[in-house]
Every structure is written in C-alpha cells, then in structure tokens.
Ligand binder design. Structure first.
Ligand code: CP3
Length: 355
C-alpha cells in the first residue's frame, strides 16, 4: 500500500540520496490555473470546494497533470481549524478570509472547543483519503496546518492584517490570554495533523506565514515554542515509513538555528536569504525547502532557468534540498512559466547528485 513510484521528496527531507532535486510549488493548486477556476465555479465557493472530497481531490491533482511535480499537497486551507472552533469563516470577494466571530478576550478563549478531526473536520480527512487513493502511489501527499501564531492572527484580527495591532495588543497587555489560545491551538493542530497522517498524509508542513512580524524574543515565546510543541506531538512514522515534518516561517532567515533545533526534518525558506548561507548554518541538522522569489515566474524562460541554476549551485552537492518557491505562486503567473521552473529544477540538478 505504501510503495511510492517517486519518493524523492520524502528522501530529500530525510537528507537521503536522490537522482535529481525534488520540486513542488506552494499553492500549486489555485487560480493561476484555468482548470482550477472551472472546478471552483462548479463547487460554488472556496469552502464548498474544500468540503467536497471528489472536487478537492480533482484540484489537488490538476497541477500534477501539467507539471512534473514530486509531491502533491492536500487542497484545503489553514483556517479550517478556527472555522471548526466556531468563528464563522467566510471569504469576501478580493479581500481574503474573514471571521464573523473573532476572538476578543479571555472568556472567548476559555470557551473555544478543541475540534475532533474525525467529526467537525472529517471533510479534510475524507479529502486526504480520496487524494491518496487517486494518487495511486505516483508521488507523496503533503498534509498541512497553520502555526498557532499564524492562526491566532486571523482569529484575533478577524482576517488578514498589515500591522497586527489587535493580536500584539493582547500579546503585550494580556499575555496569559494569548498563551492560552496558542496552547489550545497547538493541541488542536497536533490532533489535526496526526489525523491527516492516519488518513494517509506522508509528510506534513506547518505554515507560519506571520511569525516574521515578531521580535526575536517574541518569536520564540509566541510562535516557535508552540511549533516545537507540535513537532514533539506528531506521529513521525506511518506504515513503516518516516513522516517528515517541515516548518516554514516567512521572514525568519535570522532564526534558522532555533527553528532547526525543534527537531523538525525540513525548514522552509523564503527568498530573503541565500540558500548557501542557510545550508552552512543548519544543513547538518535539517533539509531546506525553497527558495525562489515567486515573482521570478513573471520573467522570461531564460531568466527563470538562470535563477533555478543559481539556487541549485548555492545549495551545491548532496541531498537535503527540496526546491520550491519562497512563498505561494501568484494568481496571474502564466502556467507555462511554472512548467519552465519545474523542468529546470530536474534538468539542472542531476549534476549535484552524482556522489
Ligand atoms: O498549496 C496548495 O496548493 C494547497 C492549498 C492551500 C491553500 N491555502 C488554498 C487556498 C494552502 C497550503 C493554503 C495555506 C494558507 N491559507 C496559508 C499559509 C500559506 C501562505 O500562503 O502563507 C494562509 C496564510 C492561508 C489563508 C488564506 N486562505 C488566505 C490569505 C487566502 C486568500 C488568498 C487569496 O489569494 O485570495 C485563502 C484562500 C485560499 N486558500 C485560496 C486557495 C487556492 C484562494 C481561494 C479562491 O479560490 O478564491
């Protein structure tokens, strides 16, 4: 059941030898693909798409039909947990996610339930099971969750934010309340990711999109501490195979050592750090995922290929690199350019895997 035709992605995360560098793209299923827009229109809205296992499976597989990707990622969203906690997630045209009942005080936090992954979040587990079945062992399936800090920003700000004043106000004026929320979220994320693993996810990733807006002390205290708790609480093996865990904090190049010290297998990098620098600092402890600027996909094919070669050369010889964008693919990128990117990673990386 667990035989994979292409396991480069899992091997690279465990720093085992591979023939070429594996590659996938953050947000590889999405609106830059016309077939995604068509399936989404069929589902109605975004959450209906997430809640329909057959359609969520279809959009997960769409980028794999176009590109030679080495991993599939569950089609869902990080905000499923707060939605299942009763905050009322909705999407307003062009404005991103919103909550109708954001968290405002300690009492709200004390009343939050811990969602049961096979009850309120069963639609996610059904999507995982359906995708695994339909992948037929072609490539591994990545499950994911948001980090407690990143989830808390949406839950307290009520949606996306630029300055994060509401959550920082709570962090600095009522830290006990915020720590209780983060601890509850960490517990829910552990249940959620372990359920995804039990349902068939072969690797998991934690997205900490907003940890990088904190000071170094506060990052440790309000974000990394809780991701560490998650790493400690995860089932790291399934069906006799290791289940690697990757932590991604955007804008965290200066904190790589402490992220690697959590015991995770992979660290996701955005494009604001050179991968050779990252490798020199933590390459003996973790694999690295990244790290091309997603805006490079607007460039001409030759420029994209050149950037891929520069990053491959930066990482240099040996295993431990999963190629990716430094953040999600933009919605107006031509799909042909994504193909140039994926093909270039395989074409130019073989030379680094001869030993
Ligand atoms: O990578 C993949 O292909 C899997 C799917 C995936 C989605 N969201 C689908 C999605 C993943 C891994 C996420 C994670 C996610 N969601 C993050 C962390 C990663 C990151 O990008 O930093 C965050 C912060 C969110 C919260 C979220 N969900 C936002 C800010 C938005 C709006 C973005 C936008 O472009 O409007 C969403 C909605 C969302 N999640 C979409 C998709 C494809 C767009 C929905 C649509 O079709 O309109």
């Amino acid at each position: 059941m667990n035989s994979l035709k292409n396991d480069r992605y899992l091997r690279a995360l465990l720093r085992q030898p591979v023939d070429v560098t594996p590659v996938w793209m953050m947000r590889q299923a999405g609106r830059y693909l016309p077939e995604y827009k068509a399936t989404r229109a069929q589902a109605g809205d975004f959450m209906s798409l997430c809640k329909n296992a057959e359609l969520a499976c279809e959009v997960t597989l769409q980028p794999l039909r176009r590109f030679d990707l080495d991993a599939a990622i569950l089609f869902s969203d990080i905000l499923t947990i707060p939605d299942a906690m009763g905050l009322g997630l909705y999407f307003e045209q062009g404005e991103g996610p919103k909550f109708s009942k954001p968290i405002t005080c300690m009492a709200d936090i004390q009343n939050l339930p811990a969602p049961d992954p096979e009850q309120e979040l069963q639609y996610v587990m059904n999507a995982v099971r359906t995708i695994r079945k339909n992948l037929q062992g072609e490539v591994p399936l990545i499950g994911f969750s948001g980090s407690p800090w990143t989830l808390a920003t949406y839950m307290i700000e009520g949606g996306s934010s630029k300055a994060f004043t509401k959550i920082k106000k709570m962090a600095f004026s009522d830290p006990k309340a915020l720590h209780l929320l983060l601890d509850k979220l960490a517990d829910s994320v552990i249940l959620y990711l372990n359920a995804q693993i039990a349902a068939g996810a072969q690797s998991v990733m934690v997205f900490d999109t907003w940890g990088g807006v904190l000071s170094p002390r506060d990052y440790q205290d309000f974000s990394l501490q809780y991701m560490h708790k998650i790493v400690d609480g995860l089932t790291r093996e399934n069906d006799g195979r290791k289940v690697p865990v990757t932590l991604f904090t955007k804008n965290a190049g200066m904190w790589l050592e402490s992220i690697a010290a959590t015991g995770c297998d992979g660290v996701g990098l955005d494009w604001t750090i050179d991968i050779d620098n990252a490798k020199a600092r933590v390459g003996d402890k973790v694999a690295l995922q990244g790290n091309m600027d997603p805006s490079m996909l607007y460039a001409a094919p030759e420029r994209i290929e050149q950037e891929v070669q520069t990053i491959l050369a930066g990482f240099g010889e040996g295993p431990g690199h999963v190629f990716n964008l430094g953040h999600g693919i933009h919605l107006d990128v031509p799909p042909e350019n994504a193909k140039v990117f994926v093909d270039a990673v395989h074409k130019y990386s073989a030379q680094y895997h001869k030993g």
